[in-house]
Design a binder for this molecule. Structure first.
Ligand SMILES: [Zn+2]
Length: 437
């Protein structure tokens, strides 16, 4: 008996194990470190060659004018599209091509990539060249077995996710590439584990708080006004009031890890007084009362909190000090903000991937939200496309670490889930039935 097409699809993916490994190694060998954003053109050209050969129409797009785009470090992106035989939805796989700096502590060459004990090691193996490779193999296998499908399949390789995505997905979204009239479903193969669907992420508010004083001789501080002591008062209020209040707030959403279900704030930096590192100066500091102190805060907030509330409670602390503390003057500069994003569990992309996970893995999908943001924010806010999730192989905790790796079996399983999702969304074939030889 001839196996049905779904069985053939899964068999094809299983037998493309070596190809999946090689594709991942080829991607790892292009050191797309960001910052500064190296080799974006090279990785786009590599993907272009591959995807043209599999029948995609390919565009290489430079994010001219975006933050970070320069002649020396141009922000190149790739968008590949394959049209089906009939009209229907477009399923888009979006992967960022950049990786973070290598850092210390590696036992393998991060850009040669090593295959050991069923794992591929290298910078970007899990975040997220393994996921990119999986989505390519999944799409190619699907196109080969279901050439009569309805709709279209897109694959993008985008720049700068690690530095905010402005020269990548944000720019493409501004150009209309994520308009719901041309793309209906988006999967971002970030490493969230092969049986988990990431529905979205918490919000972010970055701000710089500045306190002011009055400069004077350090031997007579009573003649000046110390901006650092004013900032100390801000810290004290944060410790006494704000941090405990944030910790008490717990989201209903399944944010992982557990600690991130609370509202959080990081003090990113504090600086007051003379510059610490003046090049070529080896002498002693001079005696001065600092007249400025700056603190950068990184506030991560929950779906249940509003940006207005997040801003207001920091302003309330500062306004309170202005009323109670002599000479307290301050300024707050907002650096940037991202609203929380949470795709509804009943959205078509969520139910399609959940069904595919259950059929492939034999267990129900787990739903999570990410503590930090990723490119979904731009697809959601700029593209106005809410039917977007992150789903991909790899363990999130390994991202950005030395000896980062992705498990090959996880990649194969995730590839099959992605392919089943395409079958589910773009054909009338039931991708969830028990397959038989
Ligand atoms: Zn990533």
């Amino acid at each position: 008996m001839v196996p049905d097409r779904l069985t053939q699809l899964l068999d094809r993916i299983e037998s493309s194990r070596d190809e999946l490994i090689q594709l991942t190694l080829d991607l790892l060998a292009i050191p797309t470190i960001n910052p500064p954003g190296d080799h974006y053109r090279a990785i786009c050209e590599f993907l272009q060659t591959r995807l043209l050969a599999s029948g995609f129409e390919v565009k290489l797009l430079r994010a001219t004018g975006a933050i970070g785009d320069t002649e020396r470090f141009p922000r190149w992106n790739l968008v590949a599209r394959h049209e089906g035989r009939n009209r229907g939805d477009c399923v888009h796989f979006n992967s960022h091509t950049d990786v973070v700096a290598v850092g210390q502590g590696w036992t393998v060459d991060p850009f040669v990539g090593q295959v050991q004990q069923g794992r591929i090691y290298g910078r970007g193996a899990c975040d997220m060249k393994g996921g990119l490779a999986a989505s390519i193999i999944a799409a190619e296998a699907f196109l080969a077995l279901f050439p009569d499908y309805s709709g279209s399949v897109e694959i993008s390789g985008t720049a700068d996710e690690e530095t905010g995505g402005f020269g990548g997905v944000a720019w493409l979204a501004e150009q209309g590439y994520f308009d719901p009239s041309r793309v209906q479903h988006v999967i971002i193969p970030e490493p969230l584990n092969k049986d988990r669907i990431c529905l979205g992420h918490r919000g972010v508010w970055w701000a710089e708080i500045e306190t002011f004083g009055h400069i004077a001789h350090g031997s007579m501080p009573f003649l000046g006004d110390c901006a650092v002591r004013h900032m100390g008062a801000v810290m004290q209020e944060f410790e006494a009031v704000l941090f405990p209040a944030l910790h008490k707030r717990i989201t209903e959403h399944p944010v992982v890890p557990d600690g991130a279900r609370h509202s959080t704030m990081n003090i990113n930096s504090i600086h007051g007084g003379l510059d610490e590192d003046v090049p070529d100066y080896t002498g002693m500091p001079s005696a001065l009362v600092p007249d400025r102190c700056r603190m950068v805060i990184d506030r991560r907030f929950l779906v249940e909190e509003s940006l207005e509330q997040v801003r207001a409670e920091v302003h309330r602390v500062l306004q309170g000090l202005q009323l109670t503390r002599d000479g307290f003057r301050y300024d707050v500069k907002e650096l940037f903000s991202v609203l929380p994003s949470a795709t509804d569990k009943s959205s078509p992309i969520v139910t399609a991937v959940a069904d595919a996970i259950e059929a492939q893995m034999g267990r129900a999908a787990e739903y999570v939200l990410s503590p930090g943001t990723y490119d979904q924010k731009h697809i959601d806010r700029i593209g106005r496309l809410n039917n977007c999730i992150a789903y991909g192989p790899g363990i999130l905790d390994l991202a950005h670490q030395p000896d980062e790796y992705v498990d090959i079996q996880d990649m194969l399983d995730a590839t099959k889930v992605m392919a089943r999702t395409l079958v589910g969304l773009l054909t009338t074939h039931n991708s969830f039935e028990v397959t038989s030889e």
